[in-house]
Design a protein around this ligand. Structure first.
Ligand code: COA
Length: 217
C-alpha cells in the first residue's frame, strides 16, 4: 500500500543515533501513561542496534521528525529472532505506521536470519493484528526461545524492566500478561516478503546472513 504521507521507514544506521534519547523518552512516557509494561532499554543498547543495522526508524517530513521505532535481535543460537521495542509517537498513531514498521522489521529479520523462527510478546491488540497478518500465530511461552538473555529483558521482581515481571517469575516463565506469537518460516515457504528494501540494505543483509551461516558450520 502507498501511504503518501511523507513518512519514511528505513533501516537505521549511525546517522540516526541522535534520535536515541527521543526514542527512549517516548517509550518511557508511553509505558507510564498506559501503566503497562514495555521492557526498558539503555541508550547504549539502542545505539548498538542502530550501528548493527538491527533497527527500523520512521521519520516524518523534510524535518525528519521522529515518528516510530522497533528493533530486532536473535536469540537461542540464532534459532529465534524477536522484534521488540515497537513504539509509534502518539500523533502518528492509527495511520498504519506500526504496520509499516513491523513489515520492515519482519523483512529485515527474514533477510538476515532466513531460517530463524520470529517471535514477539505483546499485550496490544494492534500488534496482535499486525503479527497475524504477517503469518504469526499465538503460542505458549514454552514454544519461544529459552535463552536467558532474552528473558532478562523483562527484568526480575528485584530489578523490574516491565511492571508485570513478577508474574513471569512466579510462573517460572510459563505465563505472563503478554501474548506470545510465533512465525515459523517452515510454514511459509516461497511466500514473498512484505517490503522491498534498497539494494544496499538487501546486500548488507545478504552478507550478514552468509557470514552467520558460515559461523554456524
Ligand atoms: C501499539 C502501537 C505501536 C500501534 O501503532 P499504530 O501505528 O497506531 O498501529 P496501526 O495503525 O498500524 O494499527 C494496526 C491495526 O490495529 C488497529 N489498532 C490500532 N490501535 C488499536 C487499539 N488500541 N486497539 C485495537 N486495535 C487497534 C488499527 O485500527 C489497525 O487495524 P486495521 O489495519 O484493521 O485498520 C501504538 O499504539 C504504540 O506505540 N503504543 C505504545 C507502545 C506499545 O504498546 N508498543 C507495543 C509493544 S508490543
Amino acid at each position: 500500500m502507498n501511504y503518501n504521507d511523507g513518512i519514511e521507514i528505513v533501516v537505521a544506521d549511525t546517522s540516526h543515533e541522535k534520535y536515541v534519547d527521543t526514542i527512549l523518552e517516548t517509550i518511557t512516557a508511553s509505558a507510564k501513561k498506559r501503566g503497562s509494561g514495555i521492557a526498558t532499554r539503555t541508550h547504549e543498547y539502542l545505539t548498538t542496534k542502530m550501528r548493527e543495522r538491527k533497527a527500523i526508524i520512521a521519520l516524518s517530513g523534510p524535518e525528519k521528525e521522529f515518528a516510530g521505532f522497533c528493533y530486532i535481535e536473535s536469540w537461542g543460537n540464532k534459532e529465534y529472532v524477536a522484534n521488540s521495542g515497537l513504539i509509534v509517537v502518539e500523533k502518528f498513531r492509527n495511520h498504519h505506521l506500526a504496520t509499516r514498521i513491523k513489515e520492515a522489521a519482519f523483512t529485515l529479520s527474514r533477510l538476515r536470519w532466513p531460517n530463524a523462527k520470529l517471535f514477539g510478546l505483546t499485550s496490544q491488540a494492534a500488534v496482535m493484528k499486525i503479527n497475524t497478518r504477517l503469518g504469526y500465530v499465538p503460542v505458549t511461552f514454552e514454544q519461544l526461545t529459552h535463552d536467558d538473555a532474552f528473558w532478562a529483558g523483562c527484568g526480575t521482581p528485584e530489578d523490574p524492566h516491565c511492571i508485570n515481571c513478577d508474574v513471569l517469575a512466579r510462573t517460572g516463565r510459563k505465563y505472563c500478561v503478554c501474548t506470545a506469537m510465533l512465525y515459523d518460516p517452515a510454514d511459509h515457504v516461497g511466500e514473498p516478503l512484505p517490503v522491498e528494501f534498497p539494494p544496499e540494505v538487501v546486500e548488507m543483509a545478504r552478507q550478514f546472513a552468509e557470514a552467520e551461516m558460515k559461523s554456524k558450520k
